[in-house]
Every structure is written in C-alpha cells, then in structure tokens.
Design a protein around this ligand. Sequence first.
Ligand code: SF4
Length: 458
Amino acid sequence: MHATQTARPFRVYTQLDIGQMPQLAQIDSDLLLGMKAVSSVLPFRVNNYVVEDLIDWGNIPNDPIFQLTFPQPGMLAADDLERMRNLIAANASRETITQAAREIQLSLNPHPAGQKQLNVPVLDGQPVPGMQHKYRETVLFFPQAGQTCHAYCTYCFRWAQFVGMADMKFACGSPEVLVNYVKRHPEVTSVLFTGGDPLVMSTKVLRQYVEPLIAIPHLLSIRIGTKAPAYWPYRFTTDPDADDLMRLFEQVDKSGKNMAIMAHFSHPRELQTDAARHALARLASANATVRCQAPLIKHVNDDPALWATMWREQIRHNAIPYYMFVERDTGPKEYFKVPLARGYEIFQQAYSKVSGLGRTVRGPSMSCTPGKVVVEGVTTLHGEKVFVLKFLQGRNPEWSGRIFFARYDENASWLDELKPAFGEARFFFEPELDEMARRGHAQVWHTESPSAVAFEEN
Ligand code: SF4
C-alpha cells in the first residue's frame, strides 16, 4: 500500500521562522508580536505536513490545529506577555530575553504531579533520571534521543523538556539501565517509551532499546507514546526506515508481547487525511495495537460532537479510544483549561453518542500526584451536590478502583482545587501521600527481589 505513496521531505519551522512563513504574512502585526513573545518562553515547533495539510488558514486564529500548534498570546499572563512583547519590540539582547523567559518559565510549575520528587526510581543506589516508576506495573522511560516531537502542542505538559532547562529534563541514553531495572522488578509488566516523542528516533536507535526488552519474560507489553500518526504519519509509511520500524513492531508481536502505540489525537481532522489513514492501516498490518488519548483543551477540542466524531473515526481505522485527560496544572494551563464540571458534561455527551465499541474510553481523567483520578459523575448525596471520583491508578495500588467524593465546584479544574465532601477534613489518601512525600519516594509495593526492596527503602 505504502509503495504507491510518495515520500515527503520533513521540514520544520521554529521560533525564528515566525516572521518568515508565507502563511503568516497576512496575520495582524499585533498578533504576530504576541506569538513571538510567547514562543520566546514556551516551545514552538511545527512541520510542513501540519502547516500544509492540517491547518485551515482561512480560519485564523480560531482554527483548532492553529491553536494546537502555534503560540497564542493568551498563553501567558497579561503582565508576562507585556514584558516579553516590550523586550522583543525593543530588540533587547538575546541574554535579556532568555533571562526574562527563564523567570517566567520557573513560575509555570514545570514538573507537575511530583514527577521529580516522587517518581524517579533508584538503581544500585543511584537515581535514574530518565525513568519514572509511579504505578507498580508500568515503567516510563525517556530515551535521550527521543526528547523532541515532530511538532509541539501548545498545551504540552512536558513543555519544560523542550526549553533548554537542563535540570528540568528527564532523559536516559542507556538501554542497559532500562533493561537492568526491568529485569530486577518482576512487578513491572509494561514499559512505556515516552518523551517528547520516541518516534523522532531512527528505527536503528529505537531498536537498541526495544530488542533487549523482548527477552524479559515478565514483560507483557511494550508501549510507545507518540503523536507521529497525527503530526508525521509518514513515519510509518514512506520515511526511509518506516519498513524497518514495521519489522521491529512485528518482531515484538511475534515474541508474544503486545506492541502498543499510545497515539495522541487531539482533533478528528488529524484522522481524516489519507496520510494518517495509511499510517493506521500499516500499524494494523504489523499487529500493533493502537490506543488513542488526548487532553480536553479549550480552543482545540472542547466540544462533545467533536470527541464523538474522533472516537468513531478511531474505531473505523482500527484504533481504540482510551483516555480523555484533563489538562495538567502546568505551563499555559489558564488559557487551555476546561473546568472539571464542564469536562464531565462534554465526556458524557460524547460518550452517549457512540456505540459500545467507543466506550472503551475513560475520562475525564487527571494524572495528578496521588494517581489517575477520573470524574465518574455528579450527583446529590445526603443533600450535598458532589463529584463522584475514582482512582483508575494509584501510587498505592490499593487505591485503584476506590470511589471517593468531593464537594461540587463548577470552577475547579484540578484535584487540588477540590474539597472533600460531607464535612470531611481530608481525602482518604492524603495522610499516606504526605508520608510518601516525607520519605521522598512513593513506591509502597513489595517484591521478592532484594534489589527491589533496596529500591523501596531508598
Ligand atoms: S506530542 Fe506529546 S510530548 Fe510532544 S508536544 Fe505534544 S503533548 Fe508534548
């Protein structure tokens, strides 16, 4: 199938191109200055496929893919925006602009949900900064060469990875570290490669990480979190090593493990090009499972009809609707956030419009410090209007599946803005979470492995 397609050269546009791109020539000069100001603080990167095939340039600035990929003035607080606009308009030195940008970046909660304090595991007494082990069964691995993306999402919760703050970066360049860690942790059944986007790596480099994992018996699945099917579908079809990538996925499948692509689709338009459809067909032919997830984002996808369409398109193209996330409490959240109450309505309305095949999706779900918490409902109990919340995953595995209640608040957009219902002083998990933070690590599970116990005690 792919042989009939023509290879497409990859061209990338970054901050310095904002003044040069022909598509931006007609844009209001005030908006352009605002875009330059924002892109000096938050990462900007887009490619020719997104610009030429996904954005509707007749609908700027409201076009959802434009909002998804190009910096928007509202992404900074008014005084921060003004400060950066003034510096750029005055042709301030690069050092001055970088210094001002760094101060703003540090005020934007660069590593939310305790990622640096609580999730970094220890191997042979040393922290492994390119890995996170938050939930017992799953290890997240950040391969060093996979820490960019084919384009950047404006709302990205990993934005700190892309702005050159060395101490803000999770990355590991050693496949051996990953393999040793997983071998010593029999409780780990799944490795999730993440980033950035691991599929910016060549297949040759990716293979060095994936192949040794195939031989670990207790591992059931290898997952890759990626937006390549949406931002650069040619990665699976006509790029020079696309065939080799398919062979690698087939190799994982033939070894008896599940090869899973955790595909990030933010808008149905990303599924409606021939290029994206060919990519999904190729993944299916390599027996890779595709599961789809995205956050619910104001200006991009805060519309139930759009989610219902997206889930239907996913089913049509062999992909499984998996998660609707809540935008995280970091970076430009104020611009993109959707309150939990509205998020729940959007999820419910979309959910009611799809067949059972689409109801594999969970949401709206917060990946917050104690775990993955989904808003299951809004109801009235004992005369009090409450959110019904449920742990899908917990730092303590015993929290998973537990229901708890919070006072209804139509403006709250994150767990830490909620108060326990029924006059309780604290949520049930908070004392234990405090204890984890005091110890400086969060893993409470036990394994037979002596190394694992040492890790637990570190
Ligand atoms: S693809 Fe993922 S990691 Fe990359 S910018 Fe988008 S949300 Fe961030």
